[in-house]
Write a protein that binds this ligand. Structure first.
Ligand code: WT7
Length: 693
């Protein structure tokens, strides 16, 4: 168990002595002890950790109450109900006033362009958040109101989310890569009363007119008889509304908002339209606002935010998280999984528009008083050394990214990495999809110089925080395995009939007990929450992932076993893509399957059946790809579209996607075809295959 000289023993990787020294959990034995306590006495275990935070009314009685079994009634989970607090107060006021971290940097902001950067301290962040919380209150926003946020990776995004949390409003952040349709759908689903957005931003050398997409989303909402009250616009690129001409004073925003050195923003001649009835500039509102704001004291079980994730019916699910449990769990996982120390500089490359950004770029690190890097750009701009350059620039100690980014950068070889020292790095992490051992080894050997353990963290939008994960010093690593459960997490592997499998086994990954940051409901549809996660196996939370346990008890996530696919670490539902395709006039029927992709992990392979009189050609393929981009967003763009005059179906008319998956891969073994109604379509489908990479 203890490291040998090379740290590697039969493909098991042990922590180097410098990782072990001073670690919060120094060895496997200690992990086992803490884990047992967390499972046997959850109330004591979490109760102790809860004391590190400020509670206006502390919890005195029942710490946890829940029902996971739908046959016994309604599903519910309540942690510390009756206790009151404010999460923003815990992240900012407590750190500034109690912990005296006011002058500590909360974020180093690194823009899309390398010369574009700024920093914000805890004290400055608190002031900005208070100001914007007052702005929201002045706009009539009250506790429980839903606020839609559609912004790029800029500091104001964190300011907005924490300002919502401060006044008890529920934020619903929509990733800035989503389309107008997706924004509209999410605003309508949760009846958001305000939209906060940005003039535009750059992604590499590509300008994105975000305001225009936001306008389009609001127009679509109005068509469906719903209007948000106001649209608040952050001036990020520095355009003026009237002419669209570049604003000479485009550095004003940052310098007037904070005491940090003004950021050099890229100015771009971007045309935006301005609707004076709805649109208001952020800086006009902030000018007058006071920087003192009394927080709204919320119940531990009050909703904190909604974040939409794909659902297998095609309609996105508004995953709802609550104040107390989410605070407790994101703070604790951040501390232990990244073995956080006060001098660390932590960098999570995820966008705040996804759960990883919510939990591990905003709430978790701030709850610990950590210094983070927030990066607006992409790994390949202006060149493929960008990530490593940033690591050296800020002396990053802890680096958390996605397997897809690693696979992308691996393609360019070791030289772009080795141009920079990366000497500050101590701990690495990955999230979002299974990491293939080849990418794991490159990350470990090349990026981490064989001295940084890799935390392969398995979790979901629904779980709010890490579920299966190593701890840096305590758990020897196996490339590709998310290893063991975090404290308080009780996994099981079930077979098709719902029996728990012991020892070496493979089956459905489920959880038997609630952890503090489990989602509480799907916004506006508790029944869907119960049927999606608790119906299949009564008494268990079903993840939708397959999983293997090896002879040493290590868990290996094998991927989704439902109608979801994972493109570059983001879930999409096949139904959502199919319904976007069917909206095209030429398409009568569509079926989508996942296909292996060397960088994205999985990509979309679509089969379409055309209406009579339509021809399958390059123009149509381009139109169909555009259609999906427009309906969902660029991440959902299909890689392959195949003409399918007939689709394999069961006698009851269900499309057999399992067979289509084999056809896409040119795999002749189709498995059991006894339920296939008409076998004659198969040969034609094989003949029409797309040439795949
Ligand atoms: C799905 C959740 C969790 C934040 C980002 C994605 C897959 C996630 C891993 C991992 C294997 C993983 C699962 C899961 N996944 N992390 N370390 N190893 N698979 O959040 O969009 O809710 O997706 O991502 O399939 O169910 P999400």
């Amino acid at each position: 168990m203890i490291p040998d000289k090379t740290l590697v023993e039969k493909d098991v990787y042990h922590a180097a002595p410098e990782v072990v020294q001073g670690a919060h959990v120094p060895n496997f034995q200690k992990y086992k002890e803490l884990y047992s306590q967390s499972i046997e006495k959850p109330e004591e275990f979490w109760g102790k950790l809860a004391k590190e935070f400020y509670w206006k009314t502390p919890k005195t009685d029942k710490f946890l109450d829940y029902n996971f079994d739908h046959t016994k009634g309604k599903i519910f989970i309540r942690w510390m109900e009756g206790a009151t607090t404010n999460i923003c107060y815990n992240l900012l006021d407590r750190n500034v006033h109690e912990k005296k971290l006011g002058d500590k940097v909360a974020y180093y902001w690194e823009g899309n362009d390398p010369e574009d950067c700024m920093q914000v301290t805890y004290k400055e962040l608190l002031q900005q958040v208070c100001k914007f919380a007052n702005v929201l209150r002045a706009q009539g926003v009250k506790k429980g109101d839903r606020i839609s946020i559609y912004m790029p990776m800029i500091i104001e995004l964190v300011v907005v989310m924490l300002a919502c949390a401060r006044i008890g409003a529920i934020h619903s952040i929509v990733f800035a890569g989503f389309s107008a349709d997706s924004v509209c759908e999410r605003i309508l689903d949760s009846h958001c009363s305000l939209l906060i957005t940005t003039d535009g931003f750059y992604r590499g050398d590509k300008p994105i007119n975000l305001k225009q997409i936001a306008d389009e989303a609001l127009r679509k909402c109005r068509e469906r008889n719903f209007s948000v009250g106001k649209c608040i616009v952050v001036k990020h690129l520095g355009v003026t509304e009237a002419t669209g001409a570049t604003d000479e004073t485009c550095t004003d925003r940052a310098s007037s908002n904070t005491q940090s050195p003004p950021a050099k923003r890229s100015c771009y001649n971007l045309q935006i339209t301005w609707n004076a009835d709805v649109d208001i500039w952020w800086h006009d509102l902030m000018k007058e606002a006071s920087d003192k704001c009394e927080p709204e004291w919320c119940d531990s079980e009050d909703p904190l935010f909604i974040l939409y994730t794909s659902g297998s019916t095609g309609k996105p699910k508004g995953v709802q998280h609550t104040v107390g449990g989410y605070l407790l769990y994101t703070a604790t996982t951040f501390k232990y999984v990244f073995d956080y120390k006060p001098d660390d500089v932590y960098w999570c490359t995820a966008d705040i528009g996804w759960i990883t950004g919510h939990s591990y770029l905003a709430y978790g690190p701030l709850a610990n008083g950590a210094t983070s890097v927030m990066f607006e750009g992409i790994p390949t701009y202006p060149n493929v050394s960008r990530l490593w350059e940033i690591i050296d620039k800020y002396k990053v100690t802890t680096f958390y990214t996605a397997p897809t980014a690693i696979r992308l950068l691996m393609k360019y070889g070791e030289d772009p990495v080795k141009k920079f020292s990366r000497a500050s790095l101590k701990i690495l992490g990955t999230v979002g999809e299974p990491i293939n051992p080849e990418a794991w080894l490159w990350y470990y050997n090349v990026v981490g110089n064989r001295k940084c353990p890799i935390m392969d963290t398995f979790w979901q939008t629904e779980t709010g925080g890490h579920m299966m994960t190593p701890l840096p010093a305590a758990i020897p690593l196996k490339p590709g395995s998310a290893t063991f459960p975090f404290f308080g997490v009780l996994p099981a592997i079930l077979n098709e009939s719902g029996e728990e499998l012991e020892g070496e086994a493979e089956g459905y990954l489920v959880f038997k007990k609630p952890w503090p940051s489990i989602m509480r409901t799907i916004y506006g549809n508790h029944q869907r929450f119960e049927s999606t996660y608790f119906k299949k196996f009564p008494g268990y939370f079903v993840t939708g992932d397959g999983c293997k346990r090896d002879k040493d008890g290590y868990y290996w996530i094998t991927g989704r076993i439902d109608d979801m696919l994972n493109v570059s670490g983001h879930l999409l539902s096949t139904a959502e893509v199919e319904s976007a395709l069917i909206e095209h006039a030429a398409v009568v029927e569509a079926a989508t399957v996942s296909h292996p992709h060397p960088i994205k992990g999985e990509c979309l392979y679509c089969f379409v059946t055309l209406r009579d009189g339509h021809e399958f050609n390059e123009t149509l393929i381009a139109e169909l790809k555009d259609q999906v981009r427009e309906k969902i967003g660029p991440i959902a763009t299909p890689d392959y579209i195949q003409n399918a005059p007939g689709l394999p179906k069961t006698r009851s008319g269900k499309i057999m996607r399992r067979i289509l998956r084999q056809i896409a891969r040119n795999e002749k073994d189709l498995g059991d075809t006894s339920t296939l109604a008409d076998g004659t379509v198969i040969e034609e489908l094989f003949n029409n295959r797309c040439r795949t990479a």
